[in-house]
Structure formats: C-alpha cells, structure tokens
Design a binder for this molecule. Structure first.
Ligand code: PMP
Length: 422
C-alpha cells in the first residue's frame, strides 16, 4: 500500500497531515481479527468503534448484502419505499421500548443526533412554543461531530471546544457522579433539577447517553439517576433524547441501556452496531406524540431528507445483523465478557499508574492517572496480537460479542501486561 500517499493526502479521524503518526495497513478481517498487510492478525478489541458485534466477514451479513446488491443497491427514499427498509423499521419498533413507533433512517450517528434535535425543536415550534429551543446536556457527554451534535458535547473538556464560539449555546448539568449500581440521592441530581426548574421555559429537551458516557470518559452511571432525569422531564414537560448510538444492541448488558432504568425516551438515536459494523447507517425513533405534533405544525412535514436515506443495502444488512444477534445467546456472551473483564483486569487496580478499572456488559475500561503515550501503548499491544486505541487517560475495550474465551484471555492479558508495566 502507498503509505506515503496516505500520510500526506488522507485525513484519518482527528488526524494531522503534518508529521502524522503511523497508520497500520489492514488487508482483511475475519472473525474477531483484523489482518495487517504483513500478515499479523490482531484481535479487534474496539469492534471498529463499537460496531462489529459479530466480528468480520460474517457469512449471514455477507449473504444479506450480496442478495440485496443483485436487486438494488440504492434508490431514493423520497416518494419510494422498499422491503428492506420496512422490515428493518418494523424490527426497530418491535425491539425498542414500546412507545417508540416512528422511525427516521439517518446516514450516520451524528446525523441521527441532528435529526433528534430537529425533531425536538420542531415538536415545540408546532405547538407555538418556538422559544423552547435549548437543550440540556450533561458534562462529559459526547453526541457527534456535526454542528448541532457538537453543541451538545461537553464544551470544556469535550473534543469540540475550539468551535465553542460558533456553536449554539445550550445548558449543561454536571456529569453524573453516582456510579452504576449505586442509588441516586437527592444531592446527586440537585444541579440538574435546578437547571431544569430555572430554564424549562426555554428548554426543548434533555439529551444524554444513557448509563454509559462514552467518548467523554467511558463512565458508567446510576440507573436511578437516569430514572430521576426521566421524572424531571415529565414534571416539567421536556422531551428526553437518549443517544444509544454506542450502547444500543446489547453493549451494556441490556439490548438498550435505557432498559437498566426501565425508562423510555421520547426520542432514541441508534447507529454504530445497527449494521453489524458493515456499513454506515443510523436511526432516530420517536413516539407517536412527537411525530404527530411535528406533522400538525406549520411546516406539516419533518424537515430532513438525506440522499442516501434508507439505503437498501444498509437496511438489508441491518436486518441480518439484528436477526443474527437476537437468534443467539448474546446476553450470556455479554455477561460472560463482563465477568471475565472484571476478573482479568482487576490486578491492574494495584498498579500505581492506574486510577480505576471497571467493566459493564462487553465494555472494559482502564483509567490511568496520566494520559498514555498512545503510539507506544498501541505498539506494545500490537506485539501481543491486540488492537486497541487508547484515548487520553483511557485504555478501553469493547470486543465483538463472539470473542472466544481464549481470545478474550489474550486481549485482557495483553492489557494487564502492557498497562501494568507503564
Ligand atoms: N453519539 C455517541 C454516543 C457516539 O458514541 C458517537 C460516535 N462516537 C456519535 C454519537 C456519533 O456517531 P458517528 O461517529 O457515527 O457520527
């Protein structure tokens, strides 16, 4: 591969084109491994950023894409529809909390967040309450890279602070401090309550990542906290947007993380694992009330319609991925990954450089006291046959659910070896 061209001409995520760090050339991927050009196979501990639940080169997913390609790779969704989209949306309505019955198919996670925000704004505009146009988000939250989504990410510690001056100003409550498994006391929710009480006349919605704050710190918070947020939204007439782009499809141990708290949001975003990590597609679901009020408003329609909306290939492979997930013992697999990670990563708790070790569902996190040298850690892990992408102080893994006990052992042993010796 022409890596010189890559270095000099191609942007990678959050990358520099002046003296960029090396990127590793991947030739193919199979099962839980990605294979570099030099033949080395690496266990993908990232599932290609939360998405490849079933691993790679999965016969059922390949067959779904192959079958659909022969019929129609794409067709516009304006004025036309097709079976893969109908089947997928039926499935999404069935498996998400019951009140979520209306589906918008978006083309990426960030776009589904834009769609969710627009839904919330249009909902209030339709009722003549256009002043309710602000959002309340959580510090340490992360919702994507587009402008609407960026405005809901943590404005201080978040990745988008350099654009702060150009972003819509929303309200931010402190990141939940109360951990997963703990009860939520009044003081844990007090500031959020205060912000809602003070600003609810301007607020359209609360937006949050349920249970797991991902890119903003890989933090797992109390289900009761989430329940209290839902109650506060109800008390003050706010919509709740749950961003399950990362947590959706079983990653936290429940099919959707909202289930830990037994709550239903008014709007739900999904992405990443929707297509089993094969293609880009996302979705925003909402309740009948939200959809109907939007459509009764002045515009009479929901104002969004991307060119590749409802792409049939992406719909077909999403259908196959959801079928494959639900027809297998995903809950047992995720539970045993959680148990393994809790046990295998525990020795790192005694390491001076390690601040915290935690696992929930198929997510394992080692938080260091200081930011790690990403390339050095990555290279050491690669020598041990493992692919991870450390981020600041965090070295974390969310492997494919199909990972074997042996491969999981190799993954966690590599993490313990490398991080234990920093
Ligand atoms: N929301 C959350 C919670 C995410 O983790 C991400 C992706 N990291 C996004 C939104 C944005 O999704 P995408 O990268 O597909 O645009």
């Amino acid at each position: 591969m022409d890596l010189d061209f890559d270095r000099n001409h191609i942007w990678h995520p959050y990358s520099s084109l002046i003296d960029p760090p090396p990127v590793y050339p991947v030739e193919r991927a199979e099962g839980v491994r990605i294979f570099l050009e030099d033949g080395r196979g690496l266990i993908d501990g990232m599932s290609s950023w939360w998405s490849a639940l079933h691993g790679y080169n999965v016969p059922e997913l390949n067959a779904a894409m192959r079958g659909q390609i022969e019929k129609m790779s794409h067709v516009m969704f304006g004025g036309l529809t097709h079976e893969p989209a109908i089947a997928l949306c039926k499935k999404l309505v069935e498996i998400t909390p019951a009140p979520l019955r209306r589906v918008f198919l978006a083309d990426s996670g960030s776009v589904s967040v834009e769609v969710a925000i627009k839904m919330a704004l249009q909902y209030w505009q339709s009722q003549g309450r256009g002043e309710k146009c602000k959002l309340l988000a959580l510090r340490n939250g992360y919702h994507g890279d587009t402008f609407g989504a960026m405005a809901t990410c943590d404005p201080v510690t978040g990745m988008h602070h350099i654009f702060a001056g150009q972003l819509t100003q929303h309200f931010f409550a402190p990141a939940p401090q109360v951990k997963f498994g703990q009860a939520c006391a009044e003081e844990d929710i007090a500031e959020l309550r205060q912000l809602i009480e003070q600003h609810h006349t301007q607020l359209a919605a609360v937006i949050l990542e349920p249970i797991v704050q991902g890119a903003g710190g890989m933090r797992f918070y109390s289900a009761e906290y989430l329940r209290r947020v839902r109650e506060l939204c109800d008390e003050h007439g706010l919509l709740l947007i749950a961003d399950e782009i990362a947590t959706g499809f079983g990653r936290s141990g429940k099919l959707f993380a909202c289930e830990h708290a037994g709550i239903c949001p008014d709007i739900l975003t999904l992405g990443k694992a929707l297509t089993g990590g094969t293609m880009t597609m996302a979705a925003a679901l909402c309740t009948d009330r939200v959809a109907e009020d939007i459509c009764r408003g002045e515009a009479g329609v929901f104002m969004h319609g991307p060119t590749f909306m409802g792409n049939p290939l992406a719909c077909a492979v999403s259908n196959a991925s959801i079928d494959l997930l639900l027809s297998g013992p995903w809950q047992q697999r995720v539970a045993s990954i959680e148990k393994h990670m809790q046990r295998a990563l525990a020795p790192l708790k005694d390491t001076a450089a390690v601040a915290d070790v935690r696992a929930l569902g198929a997510i394992g996190v080692v938080e260091m006291h200081e930011p790690v040298k990403m390339m050095q850690v990555q290279e050491a892990l690669i020598e041990r046959g493992v692919w991870l992408r450390p981020f600041g102080k965090l070295v974390y893994t969310m492997p494919p659910y199909v990972i074997s006990e042996d491969d999981l052992g190799q993954l966690t042993t590599a993490m313990v070896d490398v991080l234990g010796n920093l």
